[in-house]
Unconditional design. Structure first.
Length: 236
């Protein structure tokens, strides 16, 4: 276990793979090599150090993590990852034994990144309503609850992405805070739409709602219905 740099704060098993979180160095994907030297072998790790507080396994190659600075990140193994940790038949030491700069040669891909704004103390994959869509539910240190849900289609993602862009312009923060800068406080926000900001569409005055709807070739009631459908599909 000497390959783990600091302090292990979580161990999760999924199939023949083991996920290990470090208090300061993010996530490691590990396999056990019993035949050669009874060793735990790190075959992939994260390129960025993260102070992990919680982890939720999403599938055999994907995991969601949260750090102590209020970020939620989804990390995935690359499609061509090699996790065969047995000895090379040629007699040479295998790929995972030739580490690069103290880390594994194979690096995880960051699929999504979002700054929540509070320390996440719980992260679970769950379905909140019968027959609803499965989502990633999180709880924070101050008691807030939130859910991250996948879009069902590219059309839905495109719709809410455009709505978010318009809301950044029309819904100015009372303290003058730039929305994109806030959600990208530690790392650039990636592949996540801020549902809280989109929900603020219903609080705008009628003229601003019409302006946004015209820019999107919609009417205000269509946008309000899409927001309601997204809520009822996953949570309430």
């Amino acid at each position: 276990m000497q390959h783990f740099p600091n302090l292990i704060n979580g161990i999760y098993g999924i199939g023949h793979r083991i996920l290990v979180t470090d208090v300061q160095e993010s996530l490691f994907w590990v396999r056990y090599r019993p035949r050669a030297d009874n060793q735990m072998v790190i075959f992939a790790d994260d390129a960025s150090p993260r102070w992990i507080t919680q982890l939720a396994v999403l599938d055999n190659s994907t995991a969601a993590v949260a750090d102590k600075f209020g970020n939620v990140i989804i990390l995935r193994l690359p499609p061509d990852v090699n996790d065969n940790v047995e000895e090379d038949p040629s007699g040479n030491r295998s790929l995972w034994d030739r580490n690069a700069l103290g880390g594994a040669n194979q690096k995880l891909e960051m699929v999504c990144h979002f700054y929540v704004g509070e320390v996440v103390t719980s992260l679970q994959k769950a379905t909140l309503i019968p027959g609803g869509s499965e989502g990633l539910v999180y709880a924070t240190l101050s008691g807030s609850l939130g859910i991250l849900i996948p879009f069902a289609s590219k059309d839905a993602y495109s719709f809410f992405q455009h709505l978010e862009l318009h809301m950044r312009t029309e819904n100015i923060s009372l303290v003058g805070r730039d929305h994109l800068h806030y959600r990208s406080l530690y790392y650039p926000c990636k592949n996540v739409i801020d549902g809280d900001l989109c929900e603020m569409f219903n609080t705008l005055d009628a003229e601003k709602q019409r302006n946004i709807a015209e820019e999107m070739d919609k009417v205000p009631t269509d946008i309000a219905k899409r927001l309601e459908d997204m809520r009822t599909r996953c949570a309430f």
